[in-house]
Design a protein around this ligand. Sequence first.
Ligand code: ATP
Ligand code: MG
Length: 411
Amino acid sequence: MTKRVCLVHYHEIGLKGKNRSTFENQLVKNLRRALRGEGVADIRRVSGHILVTFASGQATPDHARIIAQVPGVARVSLAYLCSLNEEEYCNAAVKALGEAGEFESFKVHARRSSTTYELHTLDIHRLVGDVLCDAFPTKRVQMHNPDIIVYVLVVQGSVYVYASSMVGVGGLPVGTAGKVVTLLSSGFDSPVATWMVGRRGANCVPVHFSGRPMTSDTSEWLCQDIVNALQPAGLIGRLYVVPFGERQREISLAVPQSLRIITYRRVMLSVAERLAQIEGAKALVTGESLGQVASQTLENIAAVNEVVSMPVLRPLIGSDKMEIMRRAQQIGTHDISAQAAEDCCTLFMPRRPETHARLDAVHQAWDSFDHERMVEELLEAIEYVDYDHCPSYKPPKQMKAWHAELAPASV
Ligand code: ATP
Ligand code: MG
């Protein structure tokens, strides 16, 4: 039986000039991790594609679906891997076209690459085209805009044949764009924001602020579920959790009710920035979307943002809630976020939060408690869970020595 393999296509990587091999190597590593336990025989670069072969010789649509979720993958085709035997690859073309779904028109597109094979592309077009016309007598060949293109790729001593492909998530391989610390709540937005920067190649280190011990630890479990749901994309190597309940109580006693949320957020962002320095991350990420809730006005974003000097990325700033929910569905976090959980944000909620904070009032509130000490104490109390989803994640040595004893059992 002819072997089936996955042929992975990427486009953006092709644009990256001399970085190309770094990107391809990272994508190979990430694919290897994503396909762990799937009986992979080999993953290697083949003429502008990545070829994935399986010990069974039979790649399946499930394998292609796993690959399609890995950032950097533009498309993936379940191809027939044939020898240079004409009959063998023509038969494969008939099967590939037969499996490609409804169509009226088709054409053959052949490409040769580093091969000494005597047939040239035009010969292959004619040869395979004639066989397909015989096999599908009611269908027509159409050069411009056909419904289906049957690809015949001759590379060295092999021929790859495919007629359809699955669309991948696109973007860039995780590990090629540096590291970010993402502020992860169990809501809808921040998991999507995390996924979006991860899809652009960033290694994501989420930090969650929990209301513990003043609330249950449900939000922490939901965040772990979210990290697990994002596993197919391979963007996260570690989740940090900061028990924030006690400190929120202190803040709620020290600052005017209307400024509580802004003050919590300033503390959260300050802790996240310190964590980012320890992690060697170059930016912070939040799931804010302009005007979505009272706290996300321009004034309030500015009042929170001023405590950090690192860039704060807000990939959802211009997105509507419906778009965010759709994306959450697609990446598998929607149903987890739909489970309401108390986290630090529901704790000590003021009845009337400030929507257009005045900076002098914010500064006065900020100076009414020892925020520097609080940030350091929260950092000291941080906990983490490690995941082996992300091959490019390197934990900071400093953190290991400080907090290894705090790590809860890995899930
Ligand atoms: P989300 O759906 O991500 O919770 P939201 O629409 O509920 O966002 P807010 O609650 O105002 O908006 O939060 C804005 C952003 O602040 C979040 O997207 C997230 O990045 C960060 N954030 C909020 N709460 C927490 C938390 N408990 N831990 C970590 N980050 C948080
Ligand atoms: Mg929220």
